[in-house]
Design a protein around this ligand. Structure first.
Ligand SMILES: C[S@@+](CC[C@H](N)C(=O)[O-])C[C@H]1O[C@@H](n2cnc3c(N)ncnc32)[C@H](O)[C@@H]1O
Length: 239
């Protein structure tokens, strides 16, 4: 398997947006098939960690087809939810799900590195499989910190590398060899399917990501592995 070189940082945003624009109509199918539906459990754990209540205002960043934004609204029907993404096609692919939610979910075309929201606008922020795609993780976290009100919660759901040697070796075979081939068939986009494992490999490990959250100013930072460490949840609070 020939690996895809990741795009250089100054081209990453354009490259990433055009990739998600291309795969948008097939993104949900890709997730369901390649994670065997496990991503739904991870999203439920993300909402548990966020603990949304009605009357609060939330931002789901890098919202894609809005699964997390919809899950927030389903858990807390009285909450207001903004679903922000710079790929309008990803947002458009999720519009039927968003329209069927019990509470308001507002899609917003926005760049995570320069958010069009005032300071302290949100009680909580989620970002699912999005942080890894940003050209500058620290700048993204600084923006999340800026738009959260004091006491506001951040929950980051992201792929990581399993800590156990045996499971890591087994999973490596699937993630780096099976997934790129199967993913290319489902997404009709071999570059996108190869980008996923490469971008996870280049992403900070759980401890380094926790450090980035603290450096961005978050308090009470903690993390937990999901499904043997295929993914992880990081949680922080804006002081
Ligand atoms: C892997 S998808 C995740 C979508 C969704 N959060 C989920 O859990 O399925 C990553 C999303 O991040 C978006 N994205 C990447 N970089 C972004 C940026 N700088 N600003 C806004 N959205 C961005 C992409 O357009 C894409 O929709």
């Amino acid at each position: 398997m020939v690996s895809t070189p990741l795009p250089p940082a100054d081209e990453k945003a354009v490259w990433v947006r055009s990739m998600f624009d291309r795969i948008a109509p097939r993104y949900d199918r890709f997730n369901d098939l390649l994670s065997a539906g496990v991503h739904r459990r991870w999203r439920a754990r993300t909402i548990d960690a966020l603990a949304p209540t009605g009357g609060e205002t939330f931002l789901d960043l890098c919202a894609g087809t809005m699964d997390l934004a919809v899950a927030i609204s389903e858990r807390a029907p009285g909450a207001r939810v903004a679903a922000a993404d710079f790929s309008i096609r990803m947002l458009a692919s999720g519009r039927e799900k968003a329209a069927a939610t019990p509470g308001p979910v507002h899609p917003v075309a926005a760049d995570a590195l320069a958010l069009p929201f005032p300071d302290a606008a949100f009680d909580g922020c989620t970002i699912g499989f999005g942080l890894r795609n940003l050209a500058d993780y620290s700048q993204g976290l600084a923006e999340m910190q800026r738009v959260l009100a004091p006491g506001g919660r951040l929950v980051v759901l992201e792929f990581t590398t399993p800590p156990g040697k045996v499971f890591r070796a087994l999973y490596h075979g699937y993630f780096h060899h099976v997934l790129p081939r199967a993913g290319a068939l489902v997404s009709h986009d071999s570059a996108a399917a190869r980008y996923l494992p490469e971008s996870v490999k280049a992403f900070p490990d759980v401890r380094s990501l926790a450090r980035l959250l603290r450096e961005a100013g978050f308090d009470r930072v903690r993390y937990r592995y999901l499904t043997g460490g295929i993914a992880a949840l990081h949680h922080g609070v804006r002081p």
